[in-house]
Design a protein around this ligand. Structure first.
Ligand code: GUN
Ligand code: ZN
Length: 438
């Protein structure tokens, strides 16, 4: 089954920060075809290039989708999000620890019921695809049923997703806690059932050190040692009160990161959300262990957590992806996430170029999730997950785009003015999974 899509096409081949380091020219980091063609076959990329040249090679009976005034890019990758928190996005007035108590825990109690969980999972996936996100690293709740429901919903839609059951045995309501042993047994059963089933993968998911006993963190480490290719997904150093609390709870550990390190939770498939208040030692250990960071600007601003230091991560050679962190985050849209990322970095006196921003939202996210062999750009053979972005999605965007003199400006306008309205279509494994106008 071959299909072709004609539009402007952009995808990344390398990190634009390599340019700053003098290693490559900017043009070597991306490919852009003003009049481009993306050809997919059986859910994978067959070719990408200039439309005129490629059309000449194409059998005449193959359907060409014409997306005039649109930009095709790889699907966005959200490296940190909570599906059960869909219904509590935009909850007023608190910072992290109080917000968890007041809004998050009561919401998550409902996910013991698999039917309820399935309904929210479907709504969540609708929102992700509407925003142009085709892959995400996703928190469930403490309930095994929440993850079964989520993976079933993803499997039906054939999406590439990673998720896991929350491990949480301390400092949370009784009906939201497991035990080190039960969390091990439930996580293991979920790994055996879902990890590498079709396009799905599993992440061992201790919520964060304040809600995990030492014994439970050790159990998480045991799961990772018994299943070498599963992921580890947690929160780290998001809020100053949280950091102080970890110090109290784990006096024998050197720092917050060490509570995870001591249990063997660091590595190439480990993703730590936030990482705002790291000390020098933690930055270095993140780097040495090849651990990854999810930068979640809308959440960090909404919960008043602080400003992530992107250039420090770059300097330390740590892989960073973007996360919405819904429901701490305020939008499913990676474009809106880029908008706030730009502002967070402005407050640090740093600029986030639209090339770097859109790299983070695609290939950078794929590298953070150790999936850049499968998704993140249009290299031949990769999975055909892509979005069609409309340069005229609102009257203001249309007008502003008409004044842009080059690609750089157009991409910046997308990332400042864009949201779900800019996503005209979303395609996953070569099939359309969202159409804005239908
Ligand atoms: N830290 C522990 N749990 C959570 C959560 O649900 N959201 C955020 N943003 N931080 C957390
Ligand atoms: Zn989170």
């Amino acid at each position: 089954m071959i299909t072709a899509h004609r539009a402007s096409i952009l995808h990344f081949l390398a990190d634009p920060d390599l340019v700053k380091q003098g290693n490559v020219a900017l043009e070597a980091c991306y490919q852009y075809f003003d009049d481009g063609l993306l050809i997919t076959e059986n859910g994978h990329v067959k070719a990408v290039g200039d439309a005129k040249a490629l059309l000449a090679t194409l059998n005449r009976d193959i359907k060409v989708h014409d997306h005039t005034n649109c930009l095709i890019m790889p699907g966005f990758i959200d490296t940190h999000i909570h599906y059960p928190q869909t219904e509590m996005i935009a909850a007023y007035g608190e910072q992290l620890l109080e917000w968890l108590e007041k809004y998050t825990f009561p919401t998550e109690e409902q996910f013991e019921d698999e039917d309820y969980a399935r309904d929210i999972a479907e709504r969540f996936l609708d929102e992700l695809l509407r925003a142009g996100t085709t892959t995400a690293l996703v928190f469930g709740t403490v309930h095994k049923a929440s993850v079964d429901a989520f993976f079933k919903a993803c499997e039906t839609r054939d999406l590439r997703m990673i998720a896991g059951k929350v491990m949480m045995d301390s400092n949370a309501p009784d009906n939201l806690t497991d035990t080190p042993e039960s969390s091990y047994i439930d996580s293991k059963a979920l790994i055996e059932k879902w990890h590498n089933k079709g396009r799905l993968r599993y992440a061992v998911t201790p919520r964060f050190s304040p809600t995990c006993s030492e014994a439970q963190l050790q159990k998480a480490g045991q799961l990772l040692s018994e299943h070498s290719d599963v992921y580890m997904h947690t929160h780290l150093s998001e809020n100053l009160n949280e950091v102080a609390w970890v110090k109290e709870l784990f006096p024998e550990r050197k720092n917050y990161l060490d509570t995870y390190d001591h249990a063997g939770l660091l590595g190439k498939r480990s993703v730590f959300a936030h990482c705002i208040h790291l000390d020098d030692d933690e930055w270095q250990r993140m780097s040495d262990s090849q651990s990854n960071i999810a930068f979640c600007p809308t959440s960090n601003l909404f919960l008043g957590s602080g400003f992530f230091h992107l250039s420090r991560a770059v300097k330390q050679n740590i892989s960073v992806g973007l996360g919405t962190d819904v429901g701490g985050g305020t939008s499913f849209s990676m474009l809106q996430t880029l908008n706030e990322a730009y502002k967070v970095l402005q407050l640090r006196g740093e600029q986030l170029s639209p090339f770097k921003g859109l790299y983070l939202a695609t290939l950078g996210g794929a590298k953070t999730l150790d999936m850049d062999d499968l998704i993140g750009n249009f290299v031949t053979g990769k999975e055909a997950d892509f979005i069609v972005m409309d340069k005229a999605s609102t009257p203001l965007m249309k007008f502003r785009m008409s004044k842009c003199k080059d690609l750089f400006e157009q991409l910046f306008v997308f990332s400042m003015l864009g949201d779900d309205r800019a996503i005209k279509e979303t395609w996953s494994a070569g099939k359309m999974v969202h159409a804005r106008d239908k």
